[in-house]
Design a protein. Structure first.
Length: 287
């Protein structure tokens, strides 16, 4: 039997993907996830089925978890993938398109008809701002395939992306007329949600989500798994960051060599080449 700590020293961070999935991707919590999705999609989700794919402790210990996304079926006709990301991996736009393409193609069986392909929705919640969206002054954006000049015309509804950038919440929340979504963002950010007098289904779902978070925060084993996952994410981020800067430095060094070779071909004085590129005289001679 699992031991429980008597006092919640600190609530677990809902932005850690393991914790996020335990709240929103856990079979039995469909009413919570249904209200979250209704607030994001800005339409009522009446039926939701969560993918019953348990998180295995062995895989976490062996670093085999990869991305802990949530897969759901909305109203028995729409496939949905939800991902929480706290680390900027610099390729997220390509990755969410890849997620959608896998969902879309897998919605039809071999020998099936194109009319059987189902709509796919990918939702990204990021704890960082995407460089490609810096100019957009709101914290949630919706993406479809649209005509360049007639941007109100959508080619097809089978593709929808929703991107929620948490750092933009306090800056641009007034630009979004969606108080229900505001409340969910406050919950995810571990901020106080003043909904004591609110009896709506959304408020009830948030209260249940709080209870789930408190329960797993009191569970020593759950805390262990959440902290293990957080450490893994941070370690991977450090490794990727080191590799990124190593690649940048390699690119700079290559560019310096290219410039030095061009100067050398034009018989520019080695001292001038050295000052321009930072290469030593000996390095220039050996090019």
């Amino acid at each position: 039997m699992r031991k429980k700590v008597c006092i919640i020293e600190k609530l677990l961070n809902p932005k850690i993907d393991y914790v996020f999935k335990r709240i929103f991707g856990h079979v039995g919590n469909e009413d919570i996830t249904k209200e979250l999705l209704s607030s994001i999609l800005n339409r009522k989700v009446t039926d939701l089925k969560l993918d019953n794919n348990p998180i295995l402790e062995k895989d976490m210990l062996d670093d085999k978890m990869g991305i802990l996304d949530i897969k759901a079926k909305i109203d028995d006709s729409i496939n949905c993938d939800i991902e929480m990301q706290i680390v900027d991996r610099r390729n997220i736009e390509k990755r969410i398109l890849y997620y959608w393409s896998k969902m879309y193609t897998s919605s039809i069986k071999s020998g099936g008809k194109f009319k059987d392909l189902q709509q796919g929705i990918v939702i990204l919640i990021s704890d960082y701002e995407l460089n490609s969206l810096k100019e957009i002054q709101k914290y949630i954006t919706k993406w479809n395939i649209r005509e360049e000049e007639y941007s109100k015309i959508i080619l097809t509804d089978v593709l929808e992306f929703y991107i929620l950038e948490l750092p933009k919440f306090n800056k641009y929340r007034k630009n979004i007329n969606n108080t229900e979504l505001d409340s969910w963002i406050k919950f995810i950010e571990n901020l106080e949600v003043n909904d004591m007098n609110d009896t709506s289904e959304n408020a009830k779902a948030i209260q249940k989500a709080k209870q789930v978070l408190e329960e797993i925060s009191q569970d020593e084993h759950e805390r262990y798994l959440a902290e293990l996952r957080e450490k893994y994410i941070m370690d991977q981020a450090d490794i990727e960051e080191a590799g990124y800067y190593k690649g940048v430095q390699a690119g700079i060094a290559k560019e310096k060599i290219t410039i030095a070779k061009k100067f050398k071909e034009q018989n520019v004085d080695f001292e001038i080449i050295s000052k321009a590129t930072g290469l030593t005289i000996d390095e220039i001679k050996n090019l």
